[in-house]
Design a protein around this ligand. Structure first.
Ligand code: SF4
Ligand code: SF4
Ligand code: SF4
Length: 270
């Protein structure tokens, strides 16, 4: 893995990268390992020095730290700070790391002691409210999705290595969904967060006839009020909409206003 590569005699720099996980299902890391068709090319691009899910060797000497998972225990904060200290670039990998992900649903409960008792019974561990990485450390880059899309990670890593700028689509999932010539799921009786969710997944769910749940968080100009109009037009309640908007934590700053006004749902369109 530490073989020196060159192009036309010029040595290519391979950044040392490390993968870490906090509170998560490890599905995002698995996406990297699952990428069999291009895994070897990916490994040529970087030097992986720490990746618990894929190798036994460990090193604290790395340039880029890819961090999966949200922070839900006090001891995780210290470990996260140490990783931040070691890395030149910290990349939040997936919805848990970017927004808290599905783990942050725990914060909906007012009494966390009750949650602890329900989950751990007589063997409690110390847990805290769930938060994304940037609550505790500076995050340089976010890779969205639950799970991340491996093709997107490869593109971002390639751009990092060759020094190109990295951007995420500003437009919503609807753009990709329409480009893929899907029938809108609202017309088929299913709610969807495509109008307000950041694109980049190539409309993964709606291509497969599943409504979007907003795992990539809000598009740059997400108009949640307009989404509310669409939901009502097709007969879906604010509860249905909020259920989806709150699932991954990405829309937290946009849902407060919606929660204040509870409008009744219109009659479902036939
Ligand atoms: S973002 Fe989703 S797939 Fe990735 S670690 Fe969190 S729960 Fe798992
Ligand atoms: S199915 Fe969802 S993403 Fe596709 S056009 Fe309809 S609202 Fe947009
Ligand atoms: S369609 Fe929505 S929920 Fe599905 S992967 Fe894309 S952003 Fe995530």
């Amino acid at each position: 893995m530490d073989q020196q590569l060159s192009y036309l005699g010029v040595p290519l720099t391979r950044p040392k990268v490390a993968f870490f996980d906090f509170t998560s299902c490890e599905g995002c890391q698995l996406q990297i390992l699952n990428n069999e068709a291009t895994l070897l090319d990916f490994l040529n691009l970087v030097e992986i020095v720490n990746f618990r899910e894929g190798m036994s060797e460990k090193s604290d000497n790395y340039d880029i730290a890819f961090i999966e998972g949200s922070i839900s225990r006090p001891d995780e904060i210290k470990r996260l700070e140490a990783i931040r200290h070691n890395a030149k670039i910290v990349v939040a990998l997936g919805s848990c790391a970017c927004f808290g992900g599905v783990n942050q649903l725990k914060n909906r409960f007012n009494d966390l002691n009750w949650v602890k008792k329900e989950v751990y019974g007589d063997f409690p561990i110390e847990t805290i409210e769930v938060h994304p990485l940037e609550k505790y450390v500076q995050v340089d880059l976010k890779i969205y999705g639950c799970p991340i899309k491996k093709e997107e990670v490869e593109k971002i890593v390639t751009n990092l290595v060759v020094g190109k700028s990295i951007t995420s689509p500003e437009y919503p999932v609807c753009m990709e969904c329409k480009a893929n010539e899907n029938i809108c799921l609202f017309e088929l009786g299913e709610p969807c967060l495509g109008p307000v969710t950041r694109a980049g997944c190539d409309a993964w769910c709606t291509n497969n006839r599943r409504g979007c749940w907003g795992c990539r968080g809000p598009a740059d100009v997400a108009n949640v009020r307009q989404l509310e109009e669409i939901m009502h037009k097709y007969g879906f309640s604010n509860e249905t909409m909020l259920d989806r908007l709150e699932c991954f934590g990405g829309f937290a700053s946009l849902t407060k206003e919606i929660k204040k006004t509870k409008k009744p749902a219109a009659k479902r369109k036939k």
